[in-house]
Structure formats: structure tokens, C-alpha cells
Design a protein around this ligand. Structure first.
Ligand SMILES: [Zn+2]
Length: 252
């Protein structure tokens, strides 16, 4: 959940070199590919939940969205943020690692899900085309997407799934200023690109969430004691940008 600008300066993508190719795929497609760490892969039903919730969120905003399974990968840590910012996951997509070939990336979003509990911030990271999130166990415990509302109370499971949507948004070039928040009685309904930021410390908000509102005009407000309610779909503002996403240059 760090800002892309910071991540780029940290060299996560820079380490992959500059030999990208400009995408010429049909505008009608948007590809999301999901991998699991070996520990995350041990949770029965995790793929059904991840594909169910991500598929629902992406198909709402892009008719050509597909969510496919990339496979299980061996990683040196379950710390999702470190895997992206330290460069291990982006490098793995390009070069492979000792004794293992590269994980074949797709053009748009390549999300790694790990078994890290989401009790500590940062809970994941996303840079162009590449994302990772913890919370595998919590996501596996969710009810099927088809029986769940797209606006839900905050549990470890719903929070993890919303962070997954958040990091996928970063992989598509979205920032924290394309979200929405809406007071609703004692709750504050937040979209994926806002996520848990309104409840973070002042220092975290000053560094990563220093916005008066979204670029689409939604005003960002203080929680003022309101409980979080989480949208497991993208806001209209984010959705329009995902629909118009053209990909740019891939690092592979
Ligand atoms: Zn973020």
C-alpha cells in the first residue's frame, strides 16, 4: 500500500531493465494472473475465492477482463511488500530464479498472494504490472463471492481481498486519489483505492494519503469514529480508468 512513486525510486522495476515492449493487444482484453506462494497454496479453496472476488470486481468495469491462475511459486519470505519492493517477485517474472524458470507473466496484472497475516502495515505493494498481497488464509475463509454483497463489514478476509484489489489497482497505474468514501450512518464506506488509509496514523496518512479528495470530485473525510465498511468493487472513478487502461510498456 505504498505509493508507486516511492516504489519506482526503490528500484523494483528498474532492476528489470528497460527492454520492454509496447502493448498492441486488443483494447477489449484485460488480463489478471494470480500466483500463490507455497504456503498460501496450502489453503483449500483459495483460488475459488480469489478468482471469484477479483473476477466479479474486474468484470463490473471491464467486459474483457479475465482472471487466470499462474501457479505456485517458491519465495524467500511471505512478506508481500518486501517481495515487490525488494525486487524478488518482479525479477522472478522476468528472469526466474535458481533452479526454477520464470513465472510467465501476463500483460496487465501479475498478483502474488502470500500467507502473511495482515496485522502489520504495509500489507502489500503494487507497481506497474506487478503486485503482491498477504492474507491467503483470511481470503480462503471468505464465503463465495456469489453469495456476498459488494459492500461488506471489515473482517480479516474482506480486508485482505480489498487490499488485493488495491494492489491490482496500483499495477494498473491507479493511485490513492481515484477512490471514494461515503459516510453511511455509523460507518464510512471506502473503495479499494482508499482501503484502510482513513484509519491509519497521521504520519502514514501524511506520507501516503495526502489528498483532499478523489480526482473525480469525491471529498475525502475523517472517519470521526465511524467503522469501516469495505467496497469489494472499484469506485466509478477507478473503474473508468481501468476501462480505459491501455497498458503502456511491459517490462518483459
Ligand atoms: Zn496503495
Amino acid at each position: 500500500m505504498k505509493r508507486r512513486k516511492f516504489l519506482l525510486s526503490a528500484g523494483a522495476i528498474g532492476s528489470m531493465g528497460v527492454t520492454g515492449r509496447r502493448l498492441s493487444r486488443p483494447e477489449a482484453t484485460l488480463n489478471v494472473k494470480v500466483w500463490f506462494s507455497e504456503q498460501a497454496a496450502a489453503y483449500a479453496g483459495l483460488w475459488r475465492r480469489v478468482s471469484g472476488y477479483l473476477g466479479r470486481a474486474f468484470r463490473r468495469v471491464h467486459r474483457g477482463a479475465t482472471v487466470e491462475f499462474g501457479g505456485t511459486v517458491r519465495v524467500s519470505t511471505e512478506r508481500a511488500y518486501d517481495l515487490v519492493v525488494g525486487g524478488e517477485w518482479p525479477r522472478r517474472l522476468v528472469q526466474g530464479s535458481a533452479g526454477m524458470g520464470p513465472a510467465t507473466p501476463c500483460d496487465d496484472v501479475n498478483l502474488l498472494v502470500t500467507d502473511e497475516p495482515l496485522t502489520e502495515w504495509p500489507t502489500g505493494a503494487g507497481v506497474p504490472h506487478v503486485a503482491a498481497v498477504g492474507g491467503g488464509a483470511a481470503m480462503a475463509s471468505l464465503p463465495p463471492a456469489g453469495s456476498a454483497s459488494t459492500v461488506v463489514g471489515r473482517t480479516w478476509g474482506t480486508y485482505a481481498m480489498q487490499v488485493a484489489l488495491h494492489e491490482c489497482g496500483h499495477a494498473l497505474g491507479l493511485e490513492h486519489d481515484v477512490g471514494s468514501m461515503r459516510p453511511d450512518d455509523g460507518a464510512l464506506v471506502v473503495s479499494p483505492m482508499v482501503s484502510g488509509y482513513p484509519w491509519e496514523t497521521a504520519a502514514v496518512r501524511a506520507e501516503h494519503f495526502d489528498y483532499e479528495g478523489s480526482v473525480c470530485g469525491c471529498r475525502y473525510v475523517e472517519p470521526a469514529g465511524r467503522e469501516p465498511r469495505l467496497m469489494l468493487r472499484y469506485s466509478q472513478c477507478a473503474g473508468e480508468r481501468i476501462r480505459d487502461y491501455r497498458g503502456g510498456v511491459t517490462p518483459w
